[in-house]
Design a protein around this ligand. Structure first.
Ligand SMILES: NC(=O)c1ccc[n+]([C@@H]2O[C@H](COP(=O)([O-])OP(=O)(O)OC[C@H]3O[C@@H](n4cnc5c(N)ncnc54)[C@H](O)[C@@H]3O)[C@@H](O)[C@H]2O)c1
Length: 334
């Protein structure tokens, strides 16, 4: 069986989704859509499918598809997802959305609620946790190799000079980091405390440090920046994550590039470089999107979808709590 897909929003990320589906033998791009006609036309030609200039015309066309990717952007990279996602869910189609699920909690809530009401699969492209190295690290946790998890520390930074809103950095970048931390903590954030700093010459809060307490007692720390991406072309890395347990710890560098387990009581270190053949962040879309294709073809129950809309909404709520913590100078409970 093949999953027939429509893609809404044909910027660089829509084209990336289209390439991932095209490279997957179990998926086929049957339609692309963008309100910018030249982007839709270009996508239709590149991916040999029909192009549309609105979701409405796609839905009225009678073209058959099984699921859609919504790769729009908008305010804080998430403001435009709501309208096309609601149109597609109302029409009964499963949706894989981009992160942030939305920069607006009420709209994120409404999308998650509609997907639940219609019993539809709704996933978000929280791609960092789907790399072979992240999956292996999670297996180590599940089989008790680290013992009890005590602490998770993460750094995620890129260079993004966009100054459009005060909290663009927290809302647009940190769905990724907080989702990965939640994945390894295996629990929800209970309390958050944040400090923010504007980078040199900036009006936005482009640097942040968060302290997190999870419901299961794990403590976490997140360091984020839009003034990062060190090296001429980001040579020196995007992210580092360290999970520390009673019996050992692991360090995962750049989502897929290097995973090392450090045992606590002996010296039998285990190191993997480019585990599973994945060597760069640019390849992380493929594993997440293939998982989405597999879960749809297997007709997985909507509440069992990995990196679901609901998961994405949870981390967005943590981001809003962090903003409140900084604004009010206090620890915020979720
Ligand atoms: N998961 C990741 O690792 C990752 C990485 C980078 C960006 N992203 C996310 O991907 C998304 C897209 O980013 P981009 O750089 O491609 O954005 P972009 O602005 O270049 O492209 C978005 C496109 O959507 C179109 N669009 C907007 N509303 C529409 C509608 N109602 N119907 C049809 N088309 C519509 C726009 O015309 C535009 O062409 C953002 O949410 C961003 O946060 C995710």
């Amino acid at each position: 069986m093949t999953l027939r897909v429509a893609i809404i929003g044909m910027g660089a990320i829509g084209a990336n989704h289209a390439r991932c589906y095209t490279q997957n033998p179990d998926a086929q791009v049957v339609a692309v859509c963008d309100i910018l006609q030249e982007r839709s036309d270009k996508g239709a030609e590149a991916f040999a499918c029909q192009g549309f200039y609105s979701v409405e015309s796609l839905l009225n066309s009678g073209i058959e598809f099984d699921a859609a990717s919504v790769t729009t952007a908008g305010e804080e990279n998430g403001g435009d997802h709501y309208a096309p996602t609601m149109q597609l869910l109302r029409a009964g189609y499963p949706v894989l959305g981009e992160k942030p699920i939305s920069n607006n909690i009420a709209e994120a809530d409404a999308m998650v609620a509609l997907a639940r009401e219609k019993n539809l699969r709704y996933g978000i492209n929280l791609n960092h946790r789907f790399t072979p190295a992240a999956v292996l690290a999670k297996e180590w946790i599940l089989r008790g190799r680290l013992g009890d998890i005590n602490m998770i520390d993460m750094t995620m930074w890129i260079n993004n000079p966009n100054e459009t809103s005060p909290h663009f950095h927290a809302r647009a970048l940190h769905p990724h980091s907080l989702d990965v931390m939640r994945f390894f903590a295996g629990s929800e954030v209970k309390q958050v405390q944040a400090f923010f700093k504007q980078g040199k010459g900036r009006a936005t809060w482009s640097n942040m440090q968060l302290n997190l307490l999870y419901e299961n007692g794990v403590i976490g720390h997140l360091r984020g920046s839009y003034d990062g991406n060190f090296g001429a072309a980001g040579t020196y890395g995007l992210e580092t994550l360290e999970t520390v347990g009673s019996d050992g710890r692991f360090v995962l560098r750049d989502a897929c590039e290097e995973l090392t387990f450090y045992p606590r009581f002996d010296d039998k270190l285990e190191r993997h470089e480019n585990y599973g053949g994945m060597s760069h962040f640019s390849q992380t879309f493929q594993s997440r999107i293939s998982h989405w294709v597999d879960q749809n073809l297997a007709r997985v129950a909507p509440d069992k979808i990995d990196a679901s809309g609901e998961d994405a909404l949870r981390v967005q709520r943590v981001i809003e709590a962090a903003i409140e913590s900084w604004d009010k100078g206090k620890v915020v409970a979720l």
